[in-house]
Design a protein. Structure first.
Length: 393
């Protein structure tokens, strides 16, 4: 089948949405589909391109068309020419939110009618204040309901998230329209190192992986730096460090927070890290921490990457995120914005190596059983064939 994937960001920009579409397209191409990814053309002059070590064409497996935009606002870019691009595709898979593409997709759907088989993947609720928040509200009230009705199937990474999201009421009315397609990881890329470097070091190592731009403010790095300042007050953990892997326009802001809290020498910012080097960071840490502050975080792909490397994880107890692993087995959940709870869970992992190692092993086992991109590709393949050839859909 000819399949179009429409997404707001895509590698070399490092973000969960674009990364998931990259891997989905790669797996679908392996299954024999002709896949084209449509995404706005951005200028990654801020160094985000340093995160990518993969060509956009993936050895010819699928095509990426980066469309020049008329207007850009953050990660939103207006690409009306997409209307003319969406011709003769068997499946059009729109990854929401992708505000700049919505009008073009909607017009194309109205033009094509039933011939256009639209699948909507709902990644997350967008949250903001002020004028930007007002725009998000208008889209939620007027535009999102149209796409919910127009889509043959709505896919998501977590039904737990959907139930608590802007689509909650639609799910309660039509649960049969929703399909959970959990994200994945490549267990052959994110591997376990069997050396003695972790055993030999005398200090604790915490890890944060995520965008440091305004679009990823919700990742909660500020809270993690505050928690570190409390952790190192304990003489037993005074030499603990935090590795931050990420890049963006808020880097200076986070550096200042670390300086003001007196932990600048304990926080290391690593901007230019490709996927190969990222595996090193996962393997040489005691745990990954994803302290997201609200429902703008819907899953957390970095959690899977860390678990694949047999590392315990600490994440916020948020819809979607909390469904990735079992609290107390592969890691810990913490109350969002609760610094004391975060400190307590960090000290448990740093102070109990055997328990941390057991959590790491359980995480790797869970990834191999449930979270691989091969598994994701097969599930989507089945959904696409159902939509394409089932006259009842």
């Amino acid at each position: 089948m000819r399949i179009a994937q429409i997404v707001c960001t895509f590698p070399p920009y490092r973000g969960g949405i674009g990364n998931s579409v990259y891997n989905i397209s790669d797996r679908l191409a392996d299954l024999g589909h002709e896949v084209t990814v449509f995404t706005p053309a951005y200028n990654y002059s801020d160094g985000a391109s340093q995160f990518a070590d993969q060509p956009v064409d993936t050895e010819g497996k699928f095509t990426v068309e980066r469309l020049r935009s008329i207007v850009k606002f953050g990660n939103g870019a207006l690409i009306p020419q997409l209307f003319f691009k969406l011709n003769n595709f068997d499946i059009v898979h729109l990854h929401y939110p992708c505000y700049g593409a919505l009008k073009a997709v909607l017009l194309r759907k109205l033009w094509s009618g039933k011939r256009m088989k639209l699948v909507l993947h709902y990644h997350m609720d967008n949250q903001a204040t002020g004028f930007k928040g007002f725009i998000f509200y208008l889209y939620k009230i007027f535009i999102l309901p149209i796409f919910v009705r127009a889509a043959k199937i709505i896919t998501c990474a977590s039904l737990d998230y959907i139930k608590h999201s802007n689509l909650g009421k639609y799910y309660r009315r039509r649960p049969d329209k929703f399909r959970q397609i959990s994200f994945g990881v490549n267990p052959d890329q994110f591997v376990i190192y069997h050396d003695n470097l972790n055993k030999d070091r005398q200090h604790g190592v915490l890890l944060f992986v995520g965008g440091l731009d305004r679009a990823h403010y919700f990742k909660g790095l500020e809270n993690l730096i505050k928690a570190l300042a409390e952790v190192i007050k304990n003489p037993k953990f005074s030499s603990t460090i935090l590795n931050v892997v990420g890049s963006g326009d808020l880097l200076g802001y986070y550096r200042k927070i670390a300086h003001d809290l007196g932990v600048a020498k304990s926080v290391f910012f690593n901007e230019m890290v490709n996927n190969s080097k990222l595996v090193d960071f996962y393997n040489y840490c005691d745990c990954l921490i994803l302290p997201s502050i609200n429902q703008a975080e819907a899953f957390g792909l970095v959690t899977l990457e860390a678990m694949a490397c047999s590392r315990p994880v600490i994440t916020s107890n948020l819809p979607g995120v909390r469904s990735v692993f079992k609290n107390g087995k592969q890691g810990f959940l913490v109350k969002p914005n609760d610094i004391k709870d975060l400190v307590r869970k960090i000290t448990i992992i740093l102070g109990d190596k055997k328990r941390a190692q057991a959590m790491g092993r359980a995480g790797r086992e869970l990834v191999e059983k449930k979270y691989t991109w091969v598994r994701v590709g097969k599930k989507l393949d089945a959904i696409y064939y159902q939509i394409r050839f089932n006259p009842l859909l």
